[in-house]
Design a protein around this ligand. Structure first.
Ligand SMILES: [Fe+2]
Length: 874
């Protein structure tokens, strides 16, 4: 146990009771909450934890008496460090029926405070509707000395695994070591200081309600977690002024920061029943079976978050597996195999959990089994217990589950969704399922009965985490989002069929990458789409009013007598309320338009920061403009690897070669159609692309910037050069690009992607959709040229269309579409031809033909023969 460097703190015991505390004698007002003048000139401030009219038993609030009110701060603004690892909305997460396990999350070597080290693993619901919960890991290597956090999203239960913490709160100090827990209610300002070096642990955040003690039913009045063991701080304050203090606020998973000149921990006295607290898990008084069989693990519930609906399952339970005696006779003592209605997230504070002997479930790691996912003791545990071996848990007499082990569970009734970041982080243990497979000894033992050579099952191999060096509790970079080949992760968790069309797979991986990499842009994009809906709705309402008689009357009255409006009574009596409504809608419209313009600027703002990972997988923040598409390079790399795999696939190669032999006619037909295309059309397109750089399609902001840049005496020259540059292009050619560019923009907006600069992944996907419906390659090429031109002009040096992925898509489209028409009718003709041939074809060729036919029928137009695609991709 870690020792606190300072004398033990004072606490107040109880659970949910009314408490009061003052750090200076007489600081707490007597007989009322907010007297006209508080003692010592303090400010009274209420902090409510429930709605004002909540039933008395559930009502939570506290009164704080502070040196300065909390409101004394500069305006909040979004924080400028990456917080994409943090979320409070799980509508976009992934679910999987597979068992999930994470090896210990690495603690970074660089300075990271508790807030920056928060990393969301999974959750359900969303903070915006105060429903559901989130589960995070935290890692920290430095104390929060001049910053505090307020979580507006819900209560947080902290389970330290490594490193003792001092929680500075508005209510006072709490020292919390591994083996203890703390609850920080919604809204309470706190700072996390480290007592002795790096810290790591788990957080259960509930968006609804508060943690409560479970009912005890037939157990009676005592047992499990007893109320008197929950400890609350005593008032403590620091009177620090003239500093630059950062007050952080988490709201819907986003972090905001405001600065103020004084410490927020300036509460001299307080009273109430809405107070942070801690609890030592060693005080838990467990109940258990004393004859045979197992009670359900609900018997170990420490705290619960009740549902809004009485009698409904709790939103979340915090359950521990404490040291205890096992005495059940003729009973399989490790936890039984099960599939539960609830979902279970498990963590390990210390020791080795009784149901996992394989060394893969380690302190600082985690496991997650969603609703009805089967799990239970691993094979090693099962064999040891069933054989009645030396393991204490399998003996028939009383056995003690050692004090060195402490595991816990966050059990939830709603199904948690896993964040893409958690699914793709390097800690994911993709061999987890193997712990239920046969042990290596089983083969030898069962076949040769060489029992004397069998090692103890638990010692068969060093723990995986040690073997691969990632299990250490120190060193290593921050939790990494995308260093792991996402392809493998997807392939494992979603068991994607490796024989599926490869282009589609690469596109899906790319979309996954988009979720990981661009949540900030997506958020802005989503807002933009929402506002555009509001805009359309307002426009419709305004149009309806403009067509009404009342409006016509009002308009003509105003036209003849502009002052009529001043006599408001007369005017509105004459016109009904139509005019008022119209004016109000017009105002709303103006505000919506301004918002849209601002969001569009944000979307096009190249200075927006994004997270990228370098080749070693280290995650860092970069301006979006300078992003060198690291995420896309691994998509491309994975695509190449995948193609290499496919080339090795003998069966496919056979099909391909067989198909090539019999398909000469089809190829000839394509060649013929390609030859039909007028060469001057191609030349014109290519010339257009090359000339695009001189096109006067510079963003308006370019000219604005230019206008500010040049000396006043040169403004005339600037206008002249603008006109000069524009004269290099015919107006008709400019028009050629306008529509394809608009098409791309609206497609991006609908998908929530940034279009300037656009990721090559986005461009590749868009060109794919264009190719699917295009009748000839020129359409694809035109779209690509339009995107090329816009980027060439607007984003110096960054052009997604040059990316190998986009090149590959264009090559594939060119190969398939040629420049001639290959529409559905043509495809059907090909199919008919193939069918006719099939009647005469030998078996292998028949298989090849039917494979090709199936593809054509499925409309997967991008299936180019492997050599062509490989050449284009390299
Ligand atoms: Fe379980």
């Amino acid at each position: 146990m870690d020792a606190a460097p300072s004398p033990p703190l004072e606490y107040q015991p109880g659970f949910g009771n009314e408490l009061c505390s003052e750090a200076l004698p007489g600081a707490l007002p007597h007989g009322q909450n907010n007297p006209k003048a508080c003692p010592y000139g303090l400010y009274a401030e209420q902090l409510s934890g429930t709605h004002f009219t909540a039933p008395r038993a559930a009502n939570r609030r506290s009164w704080l008496y502070r040196i300065r009110p909390s409101v004394t701060h500069e305006p909040f603004h979004p924080i400028n460090f990456p917080n994409e690892s943090l979320t409070a909305d799980f509508s976009a997460g992934a679910v999987t029926p597979n068992q999930l396990r994470w090896r210990p999350f690495p603690v970074p070597s660089e300075p990271v405070d508790w807030v920056r080290g928060l990393f969301t693993l999974c959750g359900s619901g969303r903070a915006s509707s105060k429903e559901g919960f989130a589960i995070h890991m935290y890692v920290a290597t430095e104390s929060m000395t001049t910053s505090s956090l307020t979580n507006a999203d819900g209560d947080m239960l902290l389970v330290p695994e490594q490193g003792a913490l001092r929680l500075k709160t508005e209510f006072g100090l709490l020292d919390v070591a591994p083996g203890e827990i703390a609850v920080l209610p919604r809204g309470v300002r706190f700072a996390v200081e480290l007592h002795n070096g790096a810290a790591r642990g788990y957080v259960l955040e509930t968006f609804q309600g508060h943690f409560a003690l479970p009912d005890l039913g037939p157990i009676g009045a005592n047992g499990l977690a007893n109320p008197r063991d929950f400890l609350h701080p005593v008032a403590w304050y620091e009177d620090v002024e003239g500093v630059s203090y950062s007050v952080l606020q988490k709201l819907e998973g986003q972090l905001f920061v405001a600065t103020q000149s004084f410490s927020p921990f300036n509460v001299v006295a307080w009273h109430g029943n809405y107070v942070p607290y801690k609890y030592d898990l060693a005080r838990f008084c467990p109940m258990n079976a004393v004859a045979f069989d197992h009670p359900d693990p609900s018997i170990f519930t420490v705290l619960t978050v009740p549902s809004y609906t009485p009698g409904a399952p709790p939103t979340a339970d915090f359950v521990i597996f404490p040291p205890r005696w096992l005495v059940a006779e003729h009973t399989f003592r490790p936890p039984y195999y099960h599939r539960n209605c609830a979902s279970e997230f498990m963590g390990l504070i210390r020791g080795q959990y009784e149901a996992k002997q394989d060394g893969g479930f380690l302190p600082g790691g985690a496991s997650l089994h969603l609703c009805m996912t089967p799990h239970g003791p691993d094979t090693a545990t099962y064999e040891r217990a069933a054989a009645g071996g030396a393991c204490t848990a399998s003996a028939d007499g009383p056995a003690h589950l050692g004090h060195e082990t402490l595991a816990f569970m966050f059990e939830t009734s709603a199904i948690p969704r896993v964040t893409p970041a958690a699914l793709s982080c390097p800690s994911v243990d993709r061999d987890y399922y193997k712990c239920w497979g046969p042990t290596p000894q089983q083969h030898h033992q069962h076949h040769h009965h060489h029992q004397q050579h069998q090692q103890p099952v638990g010692e068969e191999a060093p723990p995986k985490a040690e073997a691969d060096g990632s299990g250490g509790a120190s060193g290593g970079p921050l939790p990494q989002w995308n260093a792991q080949p996402v392809w493998d992760v997807l392939n494992y968790y979603f068991s994607w069929d490796a024989d599926e069309d490869e282009d589609e797979e690469v596109a899906l991986v790319a979309m996954f990458a988009g979720i990981v990499m661009m949540p900030a842009k997506r958020r802005v994009g989503d807002q933009l789409v929402e506002l555009q809906k509001v805009h359309a709705d307002l426009h419709a309402q305004l149009t309806a009013i403009e067509q009404s008689d009342d409006y016509q009357k009002a308009a003509s009255l105003l036209a003849s007598d502009p002052l009529a409006r001043l006599n408001k009574k007369k005017f509105s009596t004459a016109m009904g309320h139509a005019w008022d409504t119209y004016v109000s809608l017009k105002n709303q419209m103006a505000s919506v338009c301004a918002n849209i313009a601002q969001l569009e600027m944000t979307m096009e703002q190249p200075a927006m920061k994004v997270l990228v990972s370098d080749k070693s997988g280290r995650v860092m923040e970069r301006p979006f403009k300078d992003l060198d598409y690291v995420n896309d390079s691994w998509v491309n790399k994975l695509g190449k690897e995948h193609k290499a795999l496919k080339r090795e696939n003998r069966e496919l190669n056979q099909i391909y070669h067989a198909f090539q032999k019999v398909n000469r006619n089809l190829e000839d037909e394509r060649e013929a159609r390609r030859d039909e295309a007028p060469p001057e059309q191609i030349e014109e397109l290519e010339k257009a692309t090359n000339d695009a750089i001189t096109e006067d399609a510079f963003a308006a902001s370019f000219w604005e910037r230019a206008g500010r840049l040049v000396a006043p005496s040169h403004r005339g020259l600037l206008a002249e050069s603008q006109a000069f540059a524009a004269s290099s292009r015919a107006a008709s050619t400019k028009k050629v690009y306008a529509n394809p560019w608009e098409g791309f923009k609206s497609w991006c907006r609908a998908g929530g992607y940034c279009y300037l600069p656009a990721s090559p992944v986005v461009v590749g996907m868009y060109l794919t959709t264009v190719a699917k419906t295009a009748s000839s390659y020129s359409t694809v090429k035109l779209a690509s040229a339009a995107i090329f031109m816009q980027h060439d002009l607007a984003c110096e040096g960054v052009n997604p269309t040059k990316h190998p992925f986009c090149k590959a898509v264009r090559a594939a489209a060119k190969h398939l579409l040629g420049t001639a028409v290959l529409n559905q009718n043509a495809a059907l003709k090909v199919i008919t031809k193939i069918r006719a041939r099939m009647s005469a074809a030998p078996d292998a060729l028949g298989a090849a033909l039917s494979a090709q036919q199936r593809l054509l029928e499925r409309g997967r137009l991008l299936r180019a023969p492997a050599p062509a695609a490989a050449a284009a991709g390299s």
